[in-house]
Design a protein. Structure first.
Length: 105
């Protein structure tokens, strides 16, 4: 089965922020390579997204199965809904878990 991957705007904004950080602290080329690799990782969720383990936040949101795909130093947090994979957040592995409070999303 092939899934449609939906890269939510909040996750995209988080990815762009991470790329900007890499560019500011490394180089534009490194940021571009990182972002292109991220896009490939996201694309890999089109097939067998359930291969990815549960996110640390799984269970914090009743009725929502949260999974994660680790890409370099970041976690792609996503959920599977029927034939769609929804990428909800991109978090650096050192950052606190997301929770249901508005200040920590």
């Amino acid at each position: 089965m092939r899934y449609t991957v939906v890269f939510h705007s909040e996750a995209r904004d988080e990815a762009l922020d991470a790329a900007e950080y890499i560019a500011a602290n490394g180089s534009d080329e490194a940021a571009l390579r990182w972002y292109e690799g991220l896009e490939a990782a996201i694309g890999s969720l089109e097939t067998m997204p359930a291969r990815c383990g549960y996110a640390r936040e799984h269970g914090s949101f009743p009725g929502v199965e949260l999974r994660q795909l680790v890409y370099k130093s970041h976690r792609l947090i996503f959920t599977i809904r029927q034939a769609e994979v929804h990428v909800l957040h991109l978090r650096h592995v050192a950052r606190a878990d997301i929770d249901s409070t508005p200040d920590n999303r």
